[in-house]
Design a protein around this ligand. Structure first.
Ligand SMILES: Nc1ncnc2c1ncn2[C@@H]1O[C@H](COP(=O)(O)OP(=O)(O)OP(=O)(O)O)[C@@H](O)[C@H]1O
Ligand SMILES: [Mg+2]
Length: 323
């Protein structure tokens, strides 16, 4: 889950599995070997896949998976999206009936495990529609957003209004027998990861306070609704069916106040220069509890796992809004 906006990334290439065989174009009946195709892998995704052997194995299987889906779902695939991609292989596709779509295959990662399930739940309101899915492969054929411009292109104060409107629509109670995970599963997962790197913490008191809230806030939830947990202006795209549609939900059931945090972190300059004003105005747009939004924001800034614990920016911010 990103805390700061991704920057545009270069691409890596991996061999695209077995060379395809096809008939020679000159009609001699000979079988010519096509050049082994290469699969372009966006840099953000390549970096994520280097982190665990399970993901490296997933990347190795990807060419076969793509070939299988191209065939089974009658797709013609285009080049993958390069920007804002860190956890999935995503490419524009054209279906057999010539309609546009997007193919997304999620890399194994805890936060995104229920994306398909969430898209079924929201069923296009206000997310993109799920056209086909293979749960075992984590593969989704999605309604394509056109023009697909990210909400990030708009000034932040306009983003606030769009994102708060979308979150209010996303927050719905799942059925009694739902299979979604509680928000406490996410905070527990993050806490374990942070605790594994205790020697790197810059301010143990601050991190412990954040970890305490990661355990405490889910226990005092006023209401439990289905959350997107990663809704920010890079995951909202301009579309035709509606002005803006949500992509890339990472559903968990819990306190809606939590769902304010990702957009706040993505507006980092505004958030850090006047945390109280930013948190208060966004909480108001959301109709969410200001105090709980502030506590969630503090907990994430203080205790969320990160690659670089030496970055003082978020430590200073956490100190500034500490309870
Ligand atoms: N339905 C869609 N229509 C058009 N473009 C799409 C669609 N889904 C994804 N994209 C493009 O692919 C990019 C990556 O998609 P997505 O955010 O789902 O990937 P991700 O790797 O899970 O992202 P993150 O890094 O936020 O976890 C988007 O920023 C967008 O440019
Ligand atoms: Mg995304």
């Amino acid at each position: 889950m990103e805390s700061l906006p991704n920057s545009p990334s270069p691409v890596h290439e991996v061999p695209r599995g077995e060379p395809h065989l096809r008939d020679a174009a000159d009609g001699t009946g000979e079988v010519a070997t096509m050049k082994a195709m290469t699969l372009r892998i966006p840099d953000g995704l390549a970096v994520s896949c280097r982190k665990t052997p399970q993901r490296a194995a997933w990347l190795e299987r990807l060419p076969d998976v793509l070939r299988d889906l191209e065939h089974r779902w009658s797709l013609t695939l285009e080049a993958p999206f390069d920007d804002e991609v860190s956890c999935a292989y995503v490419a524009a596709a054209v279906r057999g009936d010539a309609t546009p779509a997007v193919l997304k295959i999620g890399m194994p990662h805890m936060e995104g495990e229920h994306e398909i399930h969430g898209l079924r739940f929201w069923d296009g309101d206000p997310t993109v529609r799920l056209l086909m899915a293979d749960d075992d492969l984590g593969a989704m054929l999605l309604e394509r957003c056109e023009p697909g411009t990210a909400l990030r292109a708009l000034p932040e104060c306009e983003q606030d209004v769009v994102i708060s409107g979308l979150l209010r629509r996303l927050w719905r109670a799942p059925s009694a027998q739902h299979a979604f995970r509680p928000l406490s599963a996410l905070t527990k997962y993050w806490s374990d990861e942070t605790l594994a790197h205790v020697e790197r913490w810059p301010d143990a008191g601050l991190v412990r306070e954040g970890l305490h809230l990661f355990a405490e806030l889910p226990r005092t939830e006023p209401i439990e609704l289905l959350l997107a947990t990663d809704l920010h202006a890079g995951n909202v795209l301009g579309a035709e069916r509606e002005p803006w549609l949500v992509i890339d939900p990472k559903p968990f059931v819990g306190d809606p106040a939590y769902d304010a945090t990702q957009h706040l972190f993505n507006c980092s300059a505004r958030l850090q220069s006047d945390p109280d004003a930013m948190i208060r105005s966004f909480a108001e747009l959301l109709g969410a509890d200001y105090e709980r939004v502030r506590l969630w924001t503090f907990a994430r800034a203080a205790a969320e796992p990160r690659d670089d614990w030496n970055n003082g920016e978020w430590v200073a911010f956490a100190r500034a809004i500490a309870p």
